[in-house]
Design a protein. Structure first.
Length: 419
């Protein structure tokens, strides 16, 4: 019997104290790298914030050639930093998954050892002594000794069982965390694909800079002439749109559109900074829109900023034709399933096609300053879908392009539906 207890105690001690070490140095090294990644990520995020602050400052300053070029350079640096940030996040997450995998393997091995230890103890019990509980009680002259034997056996089985249950619980938690991290890596891979696409924005940015330098010959006087021409083109466009719209009639049925304040729209660009509001603002009354109110809102967005659909819908039409200083430039019009439509104007490039189904938050293009825009921004118009018509508009520069228009009553304030 003594031999039996010695064996039991040895197995129990081995099982409780054994801590299988799987590539401890590798895990430690990985965690060091993860901490390094975390510091690098924070550094890049701070760098991006700095670029955003600088962009906000320069976009608020007087329009000059120097400021425009500086803004383009900042936008490019910001995009490059974002690409690096996402790559670093992916690297960090992959390392986290690797360490979690090793931890899971470690605990699986411990569970196997524990199960083997329990089986071994039962084999020893069977081989050392086949006595029943009654025989143990009868053979021990001292009842206390017999009870010690029984209690030791019970405690051993309970300890081993609890240990295995604990390890199983830890294993399940680790697997849950690992699954969450794998989902995160899939999300980051999607973002990486997005940023790979966003490299196109860098090319757009570079092209915009080269075009600007070519048009102005790096002279401030030439840049100011371009601004004057844009202002005149805008004035002419607004006047002709007013004439078109005055001929249209539309009675808005509020029961066929969502209620104001419903918050159904997500913001189309990361920045929520509105540079021009909807309706008869002070700026609109100054003659900027020929006595009419602004038919949408303008959002701050440097060239190459991702533009997303504010809601699920179908791309009703697009304009990829660029005409110098003419109308909305490149635009996308999306018809939603709730009686509303939205226009995204002055884009630098378009990522969707006519008839395509889109979901809320899906990329539809990149911001720019095409058309009569005086600087990079996104123009967002919201219509009652039934009021939208299309008109051919002849630009001063020669080409004829299609533009969406509406009767006055069909224009709605996007802010009424933004979150």
């Amino acid at each position: 019997m003594k031999m039996f207890f010695v064996s039991i105690l040895c197995i129990l001690t081995y099982f409780i104290n054994t801590n299988i070490v799987l590539a401890t140095e590798d895990v430690s090294e990985l965690r060091t790298k993860i901490n390094g990644n975390r510091a690098e990520i924070q550094k890049i995020e701070n760098e991006i914030k700095k670029y955003e602050q600088e962009l906000n400052k320069v976009q608020g300053k007087k329009q000059t050639l120097q400021n425009s070029i500086y803004s383009l350079d900042l936008s490019r640096k910001k995009t490059i930093a974002k690409i690096k940030l996402t790559n670093d996040k992916i690297s960090k997450t992959k390392k986290n998954i690797l360490t979690l995998s090793k931890d899971v393997d470690n605990h699986v091995q411990k569970i196997k050892n524990g199960t083997a230890g329990l089986a071994q103890s039962l084999r020893i019990m069977n081989e050392s002594d086949q006595e029943s509980l009654i025989e143990i009680l009868l053979k021990n002259n001292n009842l206390a000794n017999a009870w010690t034997v029984i209690e030791s056996l019970r405690q051993f089985q309970s300890t081993v069982g609890d240990r295995i249950n604990t390890l199983n619980s830890i294993k399940l938690k680790l697997l849950k965390t690992k699954n969450a991290k794998e989902l995160e890596i899939r999300t980051l891979d999607t973002e990486k694909d997005e940023l790979a696409s966003n490299k196109k924005a860098l090319d757009i940015n570079r092209q915009a800079k080269n075009t600007l330098l070519k048009q102005t010959k790096n002279k401030e006087s030439e840049y100011q002439k371009i601004l004057v021409a844009k202002r005149q083109a805008k004035k002419d466009f607004e006047a002709q749109m007013a004439a078109f719209e005055a001929k249209l009639s539309y009675i808005l049925d509020k029961n066929k559109i969502p209620q104001k304040g419903s918050g159904i729209f997500s913001w189309p660009v990361p920045s929520h900074h509105i540079t021009q509001y909807f309706g008869n603002t002070k700026f609109a009354r100054s003659g900027a829109y020929n006595g009419r109110g602004h038919n949408g809102i303008d959002l701050r967005a440097s060239i190459g900023t991702r533009v997303n659909s504010v809601l699920d819908g179908t791309v009703q039409d697009i304009n990829n034709k660029v005409a110098a200083q003419c109308q909305y430039g490149k635009w996308v019009l999306i018809k939603h399933n709730n009686g509303l439509s939205t226009l995204y104007a002055h884009l630098s490039s378009i990522s969707v096609t006519k008839g395509q189904t889109v979901v809320k938050g899906q990329r539809i293009g990149y911001s720019g300053n095409t058309g009569y825009a005086f600087g990079p921004h996104l123009h967002l118009t919201t219509y009652a879908s039934g009021a939208v018509k299309f008109k051919q508009y002849k630009c001063h520069s020669g080409p004829t392009v299609k533009v969406p228009i509406s009767a006055y009553g069909g224009y709605l304030n996007p802010i009424d539906y933004l979150q």
